[in-house]
Design a protein around this ligand. Sequence first.
Ligand SMILES: CC(C)(COP(=O)(O)OP(=O)(O)OC[C@H]1O[C@@H](n2cnc3c(N)ncnc32)[C@H](O)[C@@H]1OP(=O)(O)O)[C@@H](O)C(=O)NCCC(=O)NCCS
Length: 81
Amino acid sequence: MNDKYMDTTDYVFKGPTIKDGALIGCNATILPALTIGIDSVIGAGAVVTKVVPDRQIWVGNPAKYLKDVPKERWLENRIKT
Ligand SMILES: CC(C)(COP(=O)(O)OP(=O)(O)OC[C@H]1O[C@@H](n2cnc3c(N)ncnc32)[C@H](O)[C@@H]1OP(=O)(O)O)[C@@H](O)C(=O)NCCC(=O)NCCS
């Protein structure tokens, strides 16, 4: 989503920033200009209204911190060489 106030002409549209390794569940909504941190996980159906730091799992509406992402689920550990 990129238009926070909808139907306004003076708002500078800005979409979310999804950092490397972040995973977004089904039907999650991320409000404009927010960042989802490295390797973070957004649960299905979440409504993200705040910046999500690196390597955290957030769920719910409004989305809240659930727990840290286990090290074995970090991108560097998911890539098979
Ligand atoms: C966020 C997620 C990764 C957490 O998985 P998990 O670590 O195994 O978490 P658990 O199932 O143990 O749940 C832990 C708690 O969070 C809650 N929870 C889990 N996912 C939730 C969600 N999406 N929204 C709200 N609450 C959620 C559980 O109800 C549980 O609450 P409780 O402690 O009060 O009982 C997973 O539930 C999820 O939403 N995955 C996305 C799946 C998806 O969209 N797949 C398709 C896209 S490719």
